[in-house]
Design a protein around this ligand. Structure first.
Ligand SMILES: *[C@@H]1O[C@H](CO)[C@@H](O)[C@H](O)[C@H]1NC(C)=O
Ligand SMILES: *[C@@H]1O[C@H](CO)[C@@H](O)[C@H](O)[C@H]1NC(C)=O
Ligand SMILES: *[C@@H]1O[C@H](CO)[C@@H](O)[C@H](O)[C@H]1NC(C)=O
Ligand SMILES: *[C@@H]1O[C@H](CO)[C@@H](O)[C@H](O)[C@H]1NC(C)=O
Ligand SMILES: *[C@@H]1O[C@H](CO)[C@@H](O)[C@H](O)[C@H]1NC(C)=O
Ligand SMILES: *[C@@H]1O[C@H](CO)[C@@H](O)[C@H](O)[C@H]1NC(C)=O
Length: 213
C-alpha cells in the first residue's frame, strides 16, 4: 500500500517538475532578423545576447512564416510593425507579451489577433519603462465556456477577434480596450476596418470584436 502511495507521490513530483520546465516561446526580431526561441528562463526584455545564450533559438526567414497557433505564452520583441504584422496578423495567440525594442514613433497599423485572452505590453516611452496588462477574457469564465467550445473547432470558427492599433506604443498612457459583442457581420458593423471583408465569407457566427488602443 505504501508502495503505491510512494509511486503516486513520485509521479506527482515528476509531473510538477515537467510542468515547471515548460518552455516559453520567444520570438526576437531586430530589423529583418527573426529568431524563434524556446526558453526555460525569463529573459529580460530586449536582451538579444542573453536570449541567444540562454534559449534554444533558430533563425526563421520572413517568407517562410506560417500562420501558427500559440496556445501557451508567446513573447515577441520587435522593432518595426512590418515584421510584427508578418508574425501576428491573423494568428491565434492566447497569451501574448509584446515588447518594443526599437524607437518610436511607430506607424498606425491594425493587427488582427485571434482568440487573444491576455495581453502584456512593455515599452519605454520618453525614458520611462511602462508595463501594462489587459485581460480580454478568461478561459474559466462560465458564460464564455460554450463559446470556447466552438472556438477550438477550427480557425474559421474563432469568435474572439482583437484589433490592435500599433500606434499605442507611441504614447505614455493607459492601454485601453473596448469590446463589441454579438457581432454577426464584421463588414456591416465596421465597414471602415481595412480588412473586414476577410471575415465576410463566414456566416451565422457571432463575434466578439475588441479594439485595443
Ligand atoms: C527549453 O529551453 C532550453 C534553454 O533555455 C533548451 O536547451 C531546451 O532545448 C528547450 N526545450 C525544448 C523542449 O524546446
Ligand atoms: C516558433 O517555434 C514554435 C515551437 O517552439 C512553433 O510552434 C512556432 O510555429 C514557431 N513560429 C514561427 C513563426 O516559426
Ligand atoms: C494585417 O492584415 C490586413 C489584411 O491583410 C492588412 O490590411 C493590415 O495592414 C495588416 N497589418 C499589419 C500590421 O501587417
Ligand atoms: C502583468 O502580468 C504579468 C504576468 O501575469 C505579471 O507578472 C505582472 O506583474 C503584471 N504587471 C502589472 C503591471 O500588473
Ligand atoms: C445577438 O444578435 C441577434 C441578431 O442581431 C439578436 O437576435 C440577439 O438577441 C443578440 N443576442 C445578444 C445576447 O445580444
Ligand atoms: C445558419 O443558421 C440557419 C438557422 O439557424 C441554418 O438553417 C443554416 O444552415 C446555417 N448556415 C450555416 C452556413 O451554418
Amino acid at each position: 500500500k505504501h508502495h503505491f502511495l510512494l509511486v503516486g507521490f513520485l509521479g506527482f513530483c515528476l509531473n510538477s517538475f515537467v510542468r515547471g520546465q515548460k518552455n516559453n516561446t520567444l520570438i526576437c526580431t531586430k530589423e529583418n532578423t527573426i529568431r524563434n526561441c524556446s526558453c526555460s528562463a525569463d529573459i529580460h526584455d530586449c536582451d538579444y545576447n542573453l536570449a541567444n545564450l540562454m534559449c534554444s533559438c533558430k533563425t526563421i526567414l520572413p517568407y517562410t512564416i506560417d500562420r501558427a497557433s500559440y496556445h501557451s505564452d508567446l513573447t515577441i520583441w520587435f522593432t518595426d510593425t512590418t515584421v510584427l504584422g508578418m508574425l501576428l496578423n491573423f494568428t491565434v495567440v492566447h497569451y501574448l507579451k509584446l515588447s518594443l525594442c526599437g524607437s518610436t514613433p511607430l506607424p498606425r497599423e491594425y493587427l488582427a489577433i485571434l482568440g487573444l485572452r491576455k495581453l502584456q505590453i512593455n515599452s519605454v516611452v520618453m525614458g520611462q519603462f511602462l508595463e501594462q496588462n489587459l485581460t480580454i477574457y478568461n478561459s474559466g469564465d462560465n458564460e464564455m465556456r460554450d463559446k470556447l467550445k466552438v472556438l477550438h473547432k477550427d480557425r474559421q470558427m474563432f469568435l474572439y477577434i482583437s484589433v490592435l492599433d500599433t500606434s499605442l506604443f507611441n504614447r505614455y498612457s493607459l492601454l485601453k480596450s473596448y469590446s463589441v459583442e454579438n457581432v454577426s457581420s464584421i463588414t456591416d458593423h465596421f465597414p471602415s476596418l481595412p480588412y473586414s471583408d476577410i471575415f465576410s465569407t463566414t456566416t451565422n457566427k457571432s463575434y466578439v470584436v475588441t479594439f485595443i488602443y
